[in-house]
Design a protein. Structure first.
Length: 67
């Protein structure tokens, strides 16, 4: 009886761990998708000349001077 309770407990723990791993994997995919979307939007704005950040402007001006 005790062995079956221990086995059931171990199976429950293993199932809970699998659920946690699945949730973590889902969060990682969502985070990476959001990061990719943000990076894509940033680069699209940068390439269209819409960014007005000082560091971007300095870098862009440096490229124009090289051209």
């Amino acid at each position: 009886m005790i062995e079956s309770i221990e086995r059931a407990s171990a199976q429950t723990e293993a199932g809970a761990n699998q659920d946690q791993v699945a949730r973590l994997a889902t969060l990682q995919v969502e985070w990476l998708s959001s990061l990719w979307a943000l990076q894509t939007a940033w680069w699209r704005s940068a390439l269209q000349g819409e960014l007005q950040w000082p560091a971007w402007a300095a870098w862009h001006n440096g490229l124009e001077q090289l051209a």
